[in-house]
Design a protein around this ligand. Structure first.
Ligand SMILES: [Zn+2]
Length: 203
């Protein structure tokens, strides 16, 4: 495509590097920004930069957070006896949207995938064990494995279950057959909420 401006071309190229955005959509977005007040673009740029430079991972559960500890870990309204283990922050958001879970989380940061060269040591598994061994662990009664029912997910759940056997805990999983389509993010809220409430023992 020939652009009338090198500046526009650069902006389109950068925006089109985002997933799911082709050159046409990128151009539409760029032209949209050009039509709006200059302030709006400035605010967008600032919020992206602030997000990129200041967001951190919660030191305890590894959820995304503005502070060292996330709002879930620091809340006194959460049930400290439950920890729900998920792959990533999107799963925390999906489960929080159901409003059916009041426990804590532990975000693994991925799942075991030999094909992609991701092993247990690349994930936040040791830190989960450390949480259970630490003072917090005394209150924990149950670990819920809310991991995608894919081959990699199953491998990860199996590995975790073996590691968790050393602790006197109930290990459960969200019901199989729930249409989570391999990705908790896309589950519908009612079904996901129900599957968390009617979780079953992992065996
Ligand atoms: Zn946290």
């Amino acid at each position: 495509m020939e652009y009338p401006s090198k500046l526009i071309e650069d902006a389109v190229n950068e925006v089109s590097k985002l997933p799911g955005i082709g050159k046409k959509t990128a151009l539409r977005l760029v032209l949209h920004l050009l039509k709006r007040d200059e302030d709006q673009t400035e605010i967008l740029a600032q919020s992206l930069t602030a997000m990129r430079t200041r967001v951190k991972y919660c030191l305890k559960c590894h959820n995304l957070s503005d502070h060292d500890l996330c709002s879930i870990c620091t809340s006194n309204k959460r049930d400290q006896s439950l920890i729900c283990v998920v792959e990533d922050t999107r799963d925390v958001l999906a489960i929080e949207n159901t409003a059916q879970f009041k426990g804590l989380y532990h975000v693994l940061g991925g799942i075991i995938s030999p094909v992609e060269g991701i092993g247990p040591s690349d994930l936040q598994i040791d830190s989960l064990i450390a949480r259970l061994r630490g003072p917090e662990g005394e209150q924990v009664r149950e670990i819920i494995l809310a991991i995608s029912p894919t081959m990699e997910g199953d491998t990860t759940a199996f590995y975790l279950q073996k590691k968790l056997k050393a602790f006197n805990l109930r290990i459960s999983t969200i019901a199989r057959g729930v249409p989570i389509g391999g990705d908790l993010e896309y589950a519908d809220e009612v079904t996901l909420g129900r599957s968390i409430l009617s979780r079953i023992a992992y065996d």
